[in-house]
Design a binder for this molecule. Structure first.
Ligand code: BTN
Length: 250
């Protein structure tokens, strides 16, 4: 089972040997009245899901976890939480790799290593009588990466980083507590936004955004105060709320 560290903080931790999906389990618990802060983790996730109804393959050895936060303060919503999650993952990954590797954050919510996708984040939110329950699901390819994905994937092991899911999870629970506190009690999204941009992949470079059939080619200018991607092109600029980014496009 994955680390006891989260239990020492105010977070509860429930860990499973095998589970369909930590996000699905979190939503079930939220609908049954359970409140955050709560961590769910599993050593083997059998039916994980990703953004845009994609499957997330997480064999034993990889990390699959979700943190539930009940948002009682007046937040615009959970949309910008993914950027705090990206920063928490980057902090934890840097720690377990002894600062030897460099990771970039790819809009909206991915972590890249060596230019390939290492980790993904899926936020799901549910209105409850206690406030908005945000489920922040995070998956990291520690020992294995899927093949044939639209965006090339990698794992920590493939990047030459020797660690395990338990060590990474322990570092992640610590890092999350800090970044979430900043998101929650800090100066709003602005601090998170600035820190995220420092670690962003492809800032100022040519990108292509794909939204189903729609394709936008341009330059990645920034992310705005709502976390939208700002792409400039001949006709001006476009703010993108959802889509998939590819780099190096003309
Ligand atoms: C994506 O890149 O599309 C997001 C992937 C999110 C995967 C994580 S693994 C733990 C949690 N449980 C799920 O079913 N999905 C998330």
């Amino acid at each position: 089972a994955l680390g006891p560290r989260a239990q020492s903080a105010q977070y509860r931790l429930v860990s499973f040997d095998t589970l369909n999906s930590t996000n699905a389990e979190a939503l079930t618990r939220v609908r049954a009245g359970e409140q955050g802060p709560l961590w769910l983790a599993t050593a083997h996730q059998t039916a994980g899901h990703g953004r845009r109804q994609r499957a997330w393959i997480s064999p034993p050895g990889n990390l699959a976890c979700s943190v539930v936060e009940t948002l009682t303060t007046d937040h615009a919503g959970a949309a910008t939480l993914g950027f705090a999650a990206g920063l928490a993952l980057e902090t934890a990954l840097r720690k377990v790799s002894n600062e030897a590797a460099s990771f970039r954050l790819k809009w909206p919510n991915d972590v890249l290593a060596g230019g390939k996708k290492l980790a993904g984040i899926l936020i799901e939110a549910e209105a409850t009588p206690d406030g908005l329950a945000a489920v922040v699901g995070m998956g990291v390819n520690v020992v294995a990466a899927p093949e044939g994905t639209p965006y090339p994937a990698t794992s920590l092991n493939a990047q030459g980083i020797v660690t395990d899911a338990a060590a990474l999870f322990a570092a992640l629970t610590d890092a999350w507590a800090e970044w979430f506190a900043l998101w929650d009690h800090g100066r709003g999204f602005e601090t998170i936004r600035t820190q995220w941009l420092v670690r962003a992949a492809g800032l100022g470079a040519a990108i292509q955004v794909r939204q189903g059939e729609r394709v936008i080619d341009g330059v990645f200018e920034t992310i705005d105060e709502a976390g939208r991607l700002v792409v400039s092109h001949d006709g001006g600029s476009t703010k993108v709320a959802a889509g998939d980014v590819y780099f190096g496009a003309a």
